[in-house]
Design a protein around this ligand. Structure first.
Ligand SMILES: NC(=O)c1ccc[n+]([C@@H]2O[C@H](COP(=O)([O-])OP(=O)(O)OC[C@H]3O[C@@H](n4cnc5c(N)ncnc54)[C@H](O)[C@@H]3O)[C@@H](O)[C@H]2O)c1
Length: 261
C-alpha cells in the first residue's frame, strides 16, 4: 500500500530554486525546508544570504550567487552539485529579472527594452530548464516547476490600475505565455525520461500595493482578496512531491478564481 501520509514529504530530496530570495521564492524556500528538502537558493541578490543563515541550519540550505541569464553561471551551480554528488530532484524557476524601465506603458516601450526583458526572463527560464532537465535526464528522474502568471493566460483588466501609477507590462504577457507553452513542450519532451515539468500561474500577490488597486482587485476577484505567498505553498509542494507523480505539462492556476470569470 502506498504511504499516503507521506506523499507530500520532501525528505531526502534536494531542490534548487532560482529567485529564492524574492517575495515568493523566500516563502517557497521555507516550505521546501519544512517539508524535508535540502535547498539550493540561486539568486543574484547576495545581500539576502545572511537572512537565510539567521533562519536555517547550514545543512538545510546553501546560497549561491547565480544569474539565470548566464549559461555559465547556471552550469557552474549544476557542476558544483555534480561534483558533490548532489541529486537535483526538484528545480523551481522563480527568478524575476527585469529592466529599470519595467512598467512603461505599451506605447513607450522601446524595442531594446522589450527584447532585453524577454531575453532575461523567458530565455533565462529556458537556460535553466535546459541545464536542469539534461542533468535530470542523466539521473532518470526529476520535477521542474516554472513560475508563470495569470497574465500568461488572460489579458489584464486595466481598470484595476486607475488612480495608480501601476500597469501590467506588455512583455510580461509574452514572457509568461511563452513559459506556459514551453512547459507543455518540455513535459512532452522529457516525459519518457521520468521527468515532470509543470507551471504555476499565481494571481496578484499582496505586497503593500496602493489601496485603490487592492480594492479594485478584491472587488473583481471571486474570492474577494489578493493572493498571499502562503497561498502558493500547497500547489508548489504538490508539484514538487510524489503527490503529483502522474502530473506533467500542467499549469496550476492559484488565483482566487480570477481567470475563471
Ligand atoms: N508577485 C506577484 O504578484 C506574482 C504574481 C504572479 C507571478 N509571479 C512570478 O513569481 C516569480 C517571483 O516573483 P516575486 O514577486 O517573488 O519577485 P521578486 O522580485 O520579489 O523576486 C525575484 C527574485 O529574483 C531574483 N533575480 C532577479 N534577476 C535574477 C537573475 N538574473 N538571476 C537570478 N535571480 C534573479 C531577485 O534578486 C529576487 O530575489 C516571478 O516569476 C514572477 O513573475 C509573481
Amino acid at each position: 500500500m502506498p504511504d499516503y501520509n507521506n506523499i507530500f514529504s520532501l525528505k531526502n530530496k534536494t531542490a534548487v530554486i532560482t529567485g529564492g530570495a524574492g517575495l515568493i521564492g523566500n516563502k517557497i524556500v521555507h516550505a521546501l525546508i519544512d517539508f524535508g528538502a535540502k535547498v539550493f537558493i540561486a539568486d543574484t541578490d547576495i545581500q539576502k544570504s545572511d537572512f537565510f543563515s539567521s533562519k536555517f541550519k547550514k545543512n538545510k540550505f546553501s546560497y549561491h550567487n547565480i544569474d539565470i541569464t548566464s549559461k555559465s553561471s547556471v552550469n557552474a551551480l549544476i557542476q558544483e552539485m555534480k561534483n558533490n554528488n548532489e541529486i537535483i530532484d526538484i528545480w523551481i524557476n522563480c527568478a524575476y529579472p527585469k529592466t529599470k524601465d519595467w512598467g512603461n506603458k505599451f506605447e513607450s516601450i522601446s524595442h531594446e527594452s522589450w527584447s532585453e526583458n524577454v531575453d532575461m526572463h523567458m530565455n533565462g527560464y529556458f537556460l535553466c530548464c535546459q541545464s536542469a532537465l539534461e542533468h535530470m535526464k542523466d539521473q532518470g528522474a526529476g520535477s521542474v516547476i516554472n513560475m508563470a502568471s495569470i497574465y500568461g493566460m488572460v489579458g489584464p483588466d486595466f481598470s484595476i490600475y486607475k488612480e495608480t501609477d501601476m500597469t501590467m507590462p506588455a512583455a510580461y504577457a509574452a514572457i509568461k505565455g511563452g513559459i506556459i507553452s514551453m512547459t507543455r513542450y518540455l513535459a512532452s519532451y522529457y516525459g519518457p525520461y521520468n521527468i515532470r515539468v509543470n507551471s504555476i500561474s499565481p494571481g496578484g500577490i499582496f505586497d503593500n500595493q496602493p489601496e485603490s488597486f487592492v480594492n479594485n482587485y478584491e472587488m473583481k476577484c471571486p474570492l474577494k482578496r489578493m493572493g498571499t505567498t502562503n497561498d502558493l505553498i500547497g500547489g508548489t509542494i504538490f508539484l514538487a512531491s510524489d503527490a503529483s507523480q502522474y502530473v506533467t505539462g500542467h499549469n496550476l492556476v492559484i488565483d482566487g478564481g480570477w481567470t475563471s470569470i
